[in-house]
Structure formats: structure tokens, C-alpha cells
Design a protein around this ligand. Sequence first.
Ligand code: ACO
Length: 222
Amino acid sequence: MPWCKGGVGDAGQKHFGTVVCKSCGMIYTAASPEDEAQHIQHHESFLEALRYLGWKKERIVAEFWDGKIVLILPDDPKYAVKKAEDVREIVDNELGFKQVSLSCPAKSKIYLFVSNEKMIVGCLVAESIKQAFRVLSEPGATGQDLLQHQRAWCCSTEPERAVCGISRIWVFCPRRRKGIARRLMDVVRSTFSYGCYLSTDDIAFSDPTPHGKLFATKYCQT
Ligand code: ACO
């Protein structure tokens, strides 16, 4: 998968005659009792997967007034890695990443934003990388164009040095625009490489969704 500097992508399709649950993201027909029952079942298992009970030796890398960020490494106890994998599956589902494996699971670091209500409301998967391709700016493209998938983005063909690849970044829908993604990024920059604070230039995003690109453009100020 290519890594892009300066921004990367969300499913923004319109669904006619259907409802999209703002929490679990399931698309269903509200008028159909069968669909509604399926939605309730999916909704509950979705929230269950995001429930975070914690463990004694959790690695808290930041604390805030509204929650904390926990880092999970590949060599952590199985139960911690399993929790991180369960959340990654939810994220992959929402991003439409079907069976996209991590380029190097043994080197990936998973950051979870846990709310005070003990729920995982943010997830970031970071991987070690060596190079990335800069997203070229498109004169005249608006945020609306991006969200409606009206324009594709192009990348330079010249690789640039990069250190950290953000392979997934996701925030629980009802908690978006509260700085959770920004805080996850800040923490990655200070904890990903021991002893150094990464600049936004050291970071690249994998194939971004429109929301991801809008976020990355703002965060990286590109
Ligand atoms: N539209 C426009 N600007 C945005 C958007 C958006 N949807 N989201 C973030 N920004 C910009 C804003 O300038 C925002 O600051 P403001 O709220 O003060 O205006 C700034 O980025 C910081 O935003 P945060 O609040 O930190 O971002 P949030 O916690 O809402 O998370 C994210 C952003 C992760 C993209 C979220 O919308 C999301 O989970 N979307 C669905 C999943 C997705 O598409 N993830 C990206 C995939 S790409 C990849 O994983 C590599």
C-alpha cells in the first residue's frame, strides 16, 4: 500500500430510503422490523467491542480531562493485543479495508483513546516506514469536493524520507471534531521513536479517505 504525505480518505455515499446509524455505521431500512432487529444486534456487539475494561499493566501514554491514550505493542500480553485487533477490525470495516493486512504487524503500534466512560472512542495504527509520496495540491478543490469523492488526489512520483506511517486513524462518530484524532497524532509524534519528537514531515498516511485527507491537511498544515 502506498504512503501519502500531507493527507489521505471516508465512505460518504448517499443511501436513499435507508438509515445510516451514526454510532455503528450500519445501513438499514428503518421500516423493516427484520432490518431493525439486525441493526440492534449489530449495534450492541459494536458497542461491546469498544467497551474497555482495562488491565493492570496498561501503558498509558497521555491523560486528558475527557479520557486517556493507551499504547499497545505487538509483544504485549495476548488479551491486550486481542483487544487492539478487535478494534482494528471495527475500524477496517468502517473504512472499507477488507482484509488489508498491516505491512508489518510485528512493528505496528496501536494507540487507543479511551473515554472516561471506559469506551474506546479513537484508534490509530502506526507503522515504521522509510519513504512516502507527497500528495499534490489540487488548485480549486474544496472540502465538499473531497467529501463527495468528486476529485481523486494525485501523488508525486518522487519518494521522500518518512519515519512513521499512519495506516489507520478513526474516531467514534459521535465523538468527532473534539480533537481526539489531533491528540492521538500528537502522542504518536512524541512516543513513536524513542527520544525524539517527530515532525509532521516524518509522518505519512496510507491511502486516505476524504475525512482523513481533510484532517491530515489541517493537521500537517499542507
Ligand atoms: N471535515 C473537515 N475538516 C476536518 C474533518 C472533517 N470531517 N475532520 C477533521 N477536520 C479538521 C478540522 O480542521 C479539525 O479542527 P476543528 O474541529 O477545530 O475545525 C481538525 O481537523 C482536527 O480534527 P479532530 O477533531 O482532531 O478530528 P476527529 O477527532 O474528528 O477525527 C477523523 C478525524 C479521524 C478523520 C474522523 O473524522 C474519522 O474517524 N473519520 C472516519 C474514518 C476515516 O475516514 N479515517 C481516516 C482514514 S485515512 C487513514 O486511516 C490513514
